[in-house]
Design a protein around this ligand. Structure first.
Ligand code: KG4
Ligand code: ZN
Length: 328
C-alpha cells in the first residue's frame, strides 16, 4: 500500500472528499453537489453553501472510510483558497480536526493548483515546460508551468471569468444554473451563425476580457427575441472559445512549451477540448485534459496536489487560515 491522502474540497458549492493513493490511484471520490439548492437563486448563495457543507461533509467521510480505515491515511489535504470564505472554513475545520486527532500532517492546497493536478491523476507522462489554461467559474488563467509547483501567470481575465460568462449568458437565455454544460449541449443542436465580438486587448500580453461578449449576447437577444436559442448558444460558445484559443496559441508560439494542458470546470466544454486537440496537431505537441468528472470541482484533484506537497514535506500548521483570494 502506497501513501493514501485524504482530500477535502468545500470552496464553493460542491462538498467533496476523496482518497487517492500515491497521487494517482483514486480509491474513492465522493461529491455532494448543492447546485439544485442554489439554482432557484441563479447562482451560489454563500451562506447557504457554508451551512450545507456542514451537513454534507460527515456523511461523505463516513462513506469514504467504510472500506478504508481512517487510521491508515498518510495526510489530510484541504483547499484553503481561493473560494468563499465561509465555505472554505467548513472544510478547513474538519481537515484540521482529523489531522489533529489522527496525528497526521495537514496540507493546505490552492484550489487552482488542484484543478491543474486533476491532469496528473491520469496523465502518465507529464512533460514540462507546459502551457496550462485554467478556466473555471472564478478564474481564466494562462499559466507557463516549468514543473510541479512552478507557475508563471502569463495572462488572466480583466473582468469576468470564462465560466462566469457562460453562467451569465445562461441567465440572459433563461437557462438553468450552471449554464456551461447546458450551453455546451444546446450548441450541438445549433449553428454559430451570429458573429459576436471577441475582445482583443490592445496591450501586449495574454489577458482576456469577456464582459463585452456577455453584453453583446444580451443586446442581441433583446433585439432578436425570435432567434433560436441553440444558434445563439453555438455563436456565443464559438466566440468565447475563439478568445481562449487565440491567446493560448499566441503563448504557444512565444513560449514553445513541450505540452499543453487544460483545467477547471470549463475544460469540460466539448468545443474547447476539440480546439485544444487541433492546437496540438497544428503545433505538434501533446495535449492533455482531465476526464469530465475531474474537470469540475472534486476532491481527488486536491488529494493529488496534496500528495505532491506531502513528498516535499510542505505541511501546514494547525492555525492555517482560509484565503478567499489566494494566488497560485
Ligand atoms: O471549476 P468549477 O467546477 O468551479 C470553480 O472553481 O469555479 O467550474 C464551474 C464552471 C461553471 O461556470 C460552469 O458553468 C462551467 O464551469 N462549466 C462549463 C461546462 N461544464 C462546467 N462551461 C462550459 N462547458 C461545459 N461543458
Ligand atoms: Zn473549481
Amino acid at each position: 500500500m502506497g501513501k493514501v491522502i485524504l482530500g477535502i474540497e468545500t470552496s464553493c458549492d460542491e462538498t467533496a472528499v476523496s482518497l487517492v493513493e500515491d497521487g494517482r490511484k483514486v480509491l474513492i471520490s465522493l461529491l455532494s453537489s448543492q447546485v439544485d439548492l442554489h439554482r432557484i437563486y441563479g447562482g451560489v448563495v454563500p451562506e447557504i453553501a457554508s451551512r450545507r457543507h456542514l451537513e454534507l461533509i460527515f456523511p461523505l467521510l463516513d462513506e469514504a472510510f467504510r472500506n478504508f480505515p481512517k487510521e491508515k491515511i498518510a495526510a489530510v489535504a484541504v483547499t484553503y483558497g481561493p473560494g468563499l470564505v465561509g465555505a472554505l472554513l467548513v472544510g478547513l475545520s474538519v481537515a484540521k480536526s482529523l489531522s489533529y486527532a489522527l496525528n497526521v500532517p495537514l496540507i493546505g492546497v490552492n484550489h487552482m493548483e488542484g484543478h491543474i493536478f486533476a491532469n496528473f491523476l491520469e496523465d502518465a507522462k507529464p512533460v514540462f515546460p507546459a502551457l496550462v489554461l485554467v478556466v473555471s467559474g472564478g478564474h481564466t488563467d494562462l499559466i507557463f508551468m516549468r514543473g510541479f509547483g512552478d507557475y508563471e501567470l502569463l495572462g488572466e481575465t480583466i473582468d469576468d471569468a470564462a465560466g462566469e460568462c457562460f453562467d451569465k449568458v445562461g441567465r440572459v437565455l433563461n437557462l438553468p444554473y450552471p449554464a456551461g454544460p447546458v450551453i455546451d449541449r444546446l450548441s450541438k443542436k445549433g449553428k454559430p451563425i451570429y458573429k459576436f465580438p471577441v475582445a482583443r486587448l490592445k496591450e501586449e500580453g495574454y489577458n482576456f476580457s469577456f464582459s463585452g461578449l456577455k453584453t453583446a449576447v444580451r443586446v442581441f437577444r433583446e433585439k432578436n427575441p425570435d432567434a433560436k436559442v441553440e444558434d445563439i448558444a453555438a455563436s456565443f460558445q464559438e466566440a468565447l472559445v475563439r478568445a481562449l484559443v487565440e491567446n493560448t496559441e499566441k503563448a504557444l508560439r512565444d513560449y514553445k512549451p513541450a505540452k499543453l494542458y487544460l483545467a477547471g470546470g470549463v475544460a469540460a466544454n466539448s468545443k474547447l477540448r476539440e480546439e485544444f486537440l487541433n492546437l496540438g496537431k497544428t503545433y505538434n505537441i501533446p495535449v492533455h485534459f482531465p476526464s469530465l468528472q475531474y474537470c469540475t470541482d472534486n476532491a481527488a484533484m486536491i488529494a493529488a496536489a496534496g500528495y505532491h506537497r506531502y513528498l516535499l514535506g510542505k505541511f501546514a500548521p494547525l492555525n492555517l487560515n482560509a484565503y478567499p483570494s489566494l494566488m497560485l
